[in-house]
Design a protein around this ligand. Structure first.
Ligand SMILES: [Zn+2]
Length: 294
């Protein structure tokens, strides 16, 4: 009896701990009770679908998605370096012996493409046409033709199909998102960063809001961010809306400060001041919005 009670108490504590954990909405690993040693990690998010969370400076996650098909593995977004991408490949090898055959470049930025050379040489790259030149200007060679496709609508992985969608300009001019219809989930790449202050250096904030709305209109169960943590289905939809609201707020704050720009512009970021990167990205957002006149 005592033993049973102890077990029940233990179970209660576990569930209490879990629900306390579930309340934390942050991109800071420590805020979620995680340390550097917990990364990288593979999070199962669907049948044969995984999110791969790796830590990068200044301490937030960069997320890749892995979809295992009968004909091979699709990777959506890579990691920042050869070493980080090799670690990603090693993680993939723990769940399947199928080769990586496709990589979708959701974001052309270095932190998602920097280690592409570690992928098998015959990997089919799917890149938005406007993204190709950016990758190449970074000194990286992309073979045009069958390996580098600009406007592929879907890919057949053998026993399943994934959709490659361009929802409009957002974080960059060439963001791609990846939908896995059989699991009702969408990998958002940098169009969605969970509790990260939206980095706007190369963004189109007004169109970004529209792209997020189009993604929500897809009515997926689960949305996977390009940075920040992978949450459960319901919360991922809430966080998508929260991220969209953040962009709206930042735009309105930029408009409020327009006449004071740049010398007397003191932004009030409200709740977004606690989001990761707010200190560094706040001024960049104001600069970008001032330039675009948005
Ligand atoms: Zn990034």
């Amino acid at each position: 009896m005592f033993r049973l009670l102890t077990l029940c108490l233990a179970a209660m504590f576990v569930s209490l701990a879990f629900s306390a954990q579930a309340q934390v909405r942050t991109a800071f690993p420590a805020g979620r009770g995680l340390s550097v040693a917990d990364f990288p990690r593979l999070v199962p998010i669907g049948k044969g679908v995984y999110a791969y969370e790796a830590l990068r400076a200044p301490g937030f996650t960069t997320v890749s998605m892995i979809v295992v098909g009968a004909e091979g593995v699709l990777v959506a977004d890579g990691q920042e370096s050869l070493e980080a991408t090799r670690a990603l490949l090693a993680a993939i090898a723990t769940v399947t012996d199928k080769p990586v055959r496709w990589m979708v470049v959701g974001s052309v930025h270095e932190d998602h493409t920097g280690g592409m050379e570690a992928l098998p040489a015959d990997t089919v790259l799917v890149v938005h046409p406007d993204g190709l030149s950016q990758i190449e200007s970074g000194g990286r060679k992309v073979e045009k033709g069958p390996r580098a496709i600009g406007d592929v609508k879907s890919l057949d992985l053998g026993d399943r199909t994934v959709d490659i969608l361009f929802l409009g300009r957002a974080h960059t001019a060439s963001d791609l998102v990846v939908r896995v219809p059989d699991q009702k989930l969408v990998f958002m790449s940098e169009v969605f960063m969970n509790r990260v202050f939206p980095p706007m250096r190369s963004a189109f904030p007004k169109e970004w809001q529209d792209a997020l709305q189009r993604a929500l209109d897809l009515k997926a169960d689960l949305y996977v961010p390009g940075h920040g943590f992978v949450d459960g289905p319901e919360r991922s939809r809430e966080e998508m809306r929260a991220f969209r609201t953040a962009i709206t707020y930042i735009r309105s704050e930029a408009r409020r400060l327009h006449d004071k720009w740049p010398d007397k512009a003191v932004a009030d970021w409200g709740e977004y001041a606690s989001w990761m990167l707010a200190d560094s990205q706040g001024p960049i957002a104001l600069q970008r919005l001032s330039t675009l006149g948005e």
